[in-house]
Design a protein around this ligand. Structure first.
Ligand SMILES: C[S@@+](CC[C@H](N)C(=O)[O-])C[C@H]1O[C@@H](n2cnc3c(N)ncnc32)[C@H](O)[C@@H]1O
Ligand code: SF4
Length: 397
């Protein structure tokens, strides 16, 4: 059965019948060294880092947002970066204590910390676990020392292995970040990285194709990367090996064994709500009658000063109803299994026919499949995700 199809109309937001699940993202913006391919808001450590002052600023920032989320429970927390594992374990402990004192953190909340193998020390990571971290995301990228050098990473292959082994010994849930289509990489070399991760026991892998992002050293001085066909071959090999090992591709770049999917990221992809605190952090929050986004000041010292003064938000705007379909689908279509049709109305406050013409167009091009229960990208849609998602831009209707 296909969905009712109607012409696009400017639809008023209805009141949300219920508010979506709430997550908390905390950004820690320092790294040992800036990687040449990285466009994240991350800054090389120079001199003393104001760890404690930064935690004070995060707590002040969290307090400023509390009136917007009063009474709501937090189901997942993600400490990302940057390199959060650079922070002293005592600071992470104080931070998590301060969060728990101010927000009801669900008893079974997933609490993830991003870690760089160049910062791995067993005792420190044990202390992270004791502080309440339940899941570690390790930025391995490759287990090949030459490839790691070419990527400007601070760690070598032995340190990458040691970090994953240590993480798996301490934490039940671990993600391993890998990048593929690296400078001069063959499919065999990419497969060796995946096999090493699997051999060590990884049950969640995020596999990203290396991209040259504007405002990075690699963009200015591009390394020689595999061409499009070469990258495609590598990608197929990587995906195939992960599938053989029982790690299901559930999102464009995320692969997991049963029970190991990242709940925090799933909340983003299902258009859930999230508070975002820390330098440059983004938030998306719903009130019964509107949905809005916030961004914090990006530069760490400016963030600290503004957060302590009670106003770290540099930008805030409502998500217009004309933009809602695009924003929802931008997330939902990353999921291989797609989402229930009913979720659209539940999360956006709009009827599904608000995106009826775009759904029709996507279906006609073989990029999307739907029935009365679910909508999901086809294999072609996943491959040409930008084309698929752009059909939901307001001016493309
Ligand atoms: C914010 S980083 C966090 C991990 C940690 N900072 C590290 O690098 O060890 C998240 C992940 O994004 C991926 N990534 C970053 N820049 C990328 C790029 N230009 N192309 C592809 N993947 C990238 C890397 O796999 C990285 O681990
Ligand atoms: S360690 Fe991670 S966040 Fe830091 S510069 Fe490298 S890729 Fe970026």
């Amino acid at each position: 059965m296909s969905l009712p199809k109607s012409a696009p109309v400017a639809l008023p937001l209805r009141r949300l019948a219920s508010l979506p699940p709430l997550s908390l993202y905390i950004h820690l913006p320092w790294c040992l060294r800036k990687c040449p391919y990285c466009d994240f808001n991350s800054h090389e450590v120079r001199g003393d880092v104001p760890w404690e002052r930064y935690v004070d600023a995060l707590v002040a920032d969290l307090e400023s947002v509390l009136p917007l989320v009063w009474g709501r429970r937090v189901y997942t927390l993600f400490i990302g970066g940057g390199t959060p594992s650079l922070f002293p374990a005592e600071s992470i402990d104080r931070l998590l204590g301060a969060v728990r004192a101010r927000l009801p953190l669900d008893a079974s909340a997933e609490v993830t910390l991003e870690a760089n193998p160049g910062t791995f020390e067993l005792e420190k990571f044990r202390a992270f676990r004791d502080a309440g971290i339940t899941r570690l995301s390790v930025g391995v990228q490759s287990f090949d020392t030459a490839a790691l050098k070419a990527l400007g990473r601070v760690h070598d292959a032995d340190e990458a292995r040691a970090a994953v082994e240590g993480a798996l010994a301490l934490f039940e849930r671990v993600n391993v970040d890998l990048m593929y289509a690296l400078p001069g990489q063959s499919p065999e070399q990419a497969l060796a990285d995946v096999s090493t991760a699997l051999g060590l026991g990884a049950r969640h892998v995020s596999a990203y194709q290396l991209t040259l992002e504007p405002n990075t050293v690699f963009h200015r001085y591009p390394p020689v990367l595999p061409d499009e066909d070469g990258a495609e071959l590598i990608e197929q090999a990587v995906h195939g090996r992960l599938a053989e090992a029982g790690l299901e591709r559930y999102e464009v770049s995320a692969f997991a064994a049963a029970g190991h999917r990242a709940r925090h990221n799933l909340n983003y992809w299902t258009f859930g709500d999230y508070i975002g605190i820390g330098a440059g952090a983004h938030a998306k929050l719903s009130l019964p009658d509107r949905i809005f986004r916030q961004v914090r000041h990006r530069q760490p010292q400016r963030f600290i000063d503004t957060a302590i003064a009670g106003d770290a938000v540099s930008e805030q705007h409502d998500v217009e109803s004309s933009q809602m379909g695009f924003e929802f689908m931008l997330n939902a279509l990353r999921l291989v299994e797609g989402v229930p049709v009913a979720l659209f109305a539940e999360r956006t406050g709009l009827p599904i026919n608000a995106i009826g013409p775009a759904l029709d167009a996507a279906e006609a091009r073989g990029l999307l499949q739907r029935d009365h229960l679910a909508m999901r990208p086809t294999a072609l849609g996943l491959r040409y995700l930008n084309d698929l998602v752009s059909l939901f831009l307001p001016d493309s209707e």
